[in-house]
Design a protein. Structure first.
Ligand code: ADP
Ligand code: ASP
Ligand code: MG
Length: 482
């Protein structure tokens, strides 16, 4: 049994839908021979739709009462064009139109009340932003039926049970597993292809939630793990996971294999190709994850497994960058030798709920720097100023400040473990390009080295590091040269 997740671009146009239908048909045709048959499809919203929905809700909150109506018209058209091209059956088309109209009427009601209240809550935003998947899944199921398959759309609010952290809800594993099995296995046994909405879930009380932007990958993995699938396939618009984002580093190359650990590091540090939590459900059940290209389905893409074959010492696999960060510094001569400053610092940060992505303490102990998302910076700085009020007044600590426009560039590869000199090579590459490295740190797993650079330097840093490690050369060939 396989779970196939299709991303926004894979369902971005009528041509893309037709391509997806062919890929799913081929998978179903090959599935007959597998010991545990079945194909589950998970879909994102059509590309651009989630952004349109969020914009409609935000404009409504600012008092704009008409913007969402214009969005409703273009959303209806966007979906109807696909149905018009690929669904011939009149009653199927009429049923789809009713679904689209229901969803858009829901958008209308939600945006109207947001406009009246003048406030957009995280809970309200989750209902709005999940509407795109709730249109795409019925559309894809109908397109698959028009292509001759037995397919049925399922709303993941029936399957994925989460806590109530709106905007990035955490799934409750046991309940999710039970619901997925109860609802999907009978369908698979009767030869139906379930087409599940990605991105969304619901609390135990049935309040809609979302798993965070890009979360459909995670939905696919959660469903795959719940069903003990043989493989989880992530179908996207590039040939698998590459040595860098091909939009930034033009000679990036696709990687045949990666470990769960490597991919988790890459995704955590901003490689958009996979949602950071995607491999978590797969790890426990050791389910292989394959990243494939909808627009070049014959390309083998990337296979993500527990341990990769090529594990030559010193091999860097890929690089990535995470943007919109802030570097916070606590500095003061009086900090030297005062025990507990670091513990108190991170205690204060933890209370704000901010995510610390990188820490670096200078050996002279006169400063501590760490990186948090820009969105958390203000709250973190005021929490620290409050906690260290006494030290600030007495000048044990001179300053607590943030530096915006920060990026972390992460160099990733399990083969980097125990290899001296890699950090020096990273530095040499970046210095030779005339760029300034603000801070550097090595992950405790030793599968990554990360460095901090400003916005203006990030593209050049990525390209320079990609070049110095010759990442455009296949991993196997580089391994021989080492
Ligand atoms: P989908 O809509 O299929 O989920 P996304 O846009 O979320 O697709 O992710 C695919 C995009 O991720 C690619 O088009 C590419 O620009 C970007 N990307 C960033 N880093 C990488 C990487 N290391 N390998 C491949 N793609 C990457
Ligand atoms: N549609 C959602 C988003 O744009 C989820 C996804 O595409 O994975 O974030
Ligand atoms: Mg994505």
């Amino acid at each position: 049994m396989i779970v196939m997740k299709f991303g926004g671009t894979s369902v971005g146009s009528a041509d893309a839908f037709a391509q997806v239908a062919q890929i799913v048909k081929d998978a179903v045709a090959h599935d007959g021979t597998s010991a545990q048959p079945g194909v589950v499809v998970v879909t994102s919203a059509m590309s651009g739709v989630t952004n349109m929905l969020i914009e409609a809700a935000e404009r409504a909150a600012r008092g704009d009462e008409s913007f969402h109506q214009a969005q409703q018209d273009s959303l209806l058209l966007k979906h109807q064009v696909v149905a018009g091209r690929l669904v011939e059956d009149g009653s199927e088309r009429a049923a789809l139109t009713r679904i689209f109209e229901q969803r858009l009427a829901e958008l209308d009601r939600l945006c109207s009340s947001i406009a009246v209240l003048g406030e957009l809550t995280a809970r309200g935003l989750d209902v709005v932003s999940g509407l795109g998947e709730r249109m795409a899944a019925p559309l894809l199921a109908t397109v698959l039926r028009a292509a001759g398959l037995r397919a049925e759309a399922i709303d993941a609010t029936e399957l994925i049970v989460t806590d109530n952290t709106f905007g990035s809800a955490a799934p409750l594993d046991k309940l999710t597993e039970a619901r997925c099995r109860e609802r999907l296995l009978p369908m698979l046994h009767s030869g139906i292809v379930p087409v599940v909405t990605g991105f969304i879930g619901a609390t135990v009380e049935n309040v809609p939630t979302t798993l965070g932007r890009g979360g459909s990958d995670y939905s696919g993995a959660l469903i795959g793990a719940a069903l003990h699938a043989d493989e989880i396939q992530i179908w996207t618009d590039v040939n698998g996971v590459m040595t860098a984002d091909p939009r930034i580093v033009p000679n990036a190359r696709s990687l045949h294999q990666l470990s769960y650990e490597e991919v988790a590091e890459l995704a955590y540090y901003g490689a958009k190709v996979l949602h950071p939590k995607t491999v978590t459900p797969a790890i426990e059940k050791k389910i292989p994850v394959r990243v494939l290209n909808t627009f070049e389905p014959a390309h083998p893409g990337t296979l993500i497994v527990e341990k990769t074959h090529v594990e030559a010492k010193g091999t860097v696999k890929a690089i990535t960058a995470i943007r919109n960060m802030n570097l916070i510094t606590i500095a003061g001569r009086g900090m030297m030798g005062v025990p507990g400053i670091a513990a108190r610092t991170f205690g204060a940060v933890a209370r704000t709920g901010a995510n610390v992505l990188m820490i670096s303490q200078s050996s002279s102990e006169q400063s501590i720097c760490f990186v948090v998302p820009e969105a958390s910076a203000r709250e973190v700085i005021s929490a620290l100023r409050e906690d260290f009020q006494h030290e600030l007044e007495r000048h044990y600590i001179d300053d607590i400040h943030g530096m915006p426009h920060i990026n972390i560039v992460a160099v990733v590869g399990s083969g980097m473990r125990g290899t001296p000199g890699l950090a020096a090579r990273v530095f040499t590459a970046v210095a030779a390009a005339g760029l300034n490295v603000i801070a550097i740190a090595q992950g405790s797993s030793e599968a990554n080295i990360s460095l901090v650079v400003v916005d203006a330097d990030v593209t050049s840093a990525l390209r320079a590091i990609h070049d110095i490690f010759e990442l455009h050369v296949p991993t196997e060939e580089r391994a021989h040269k080492l």
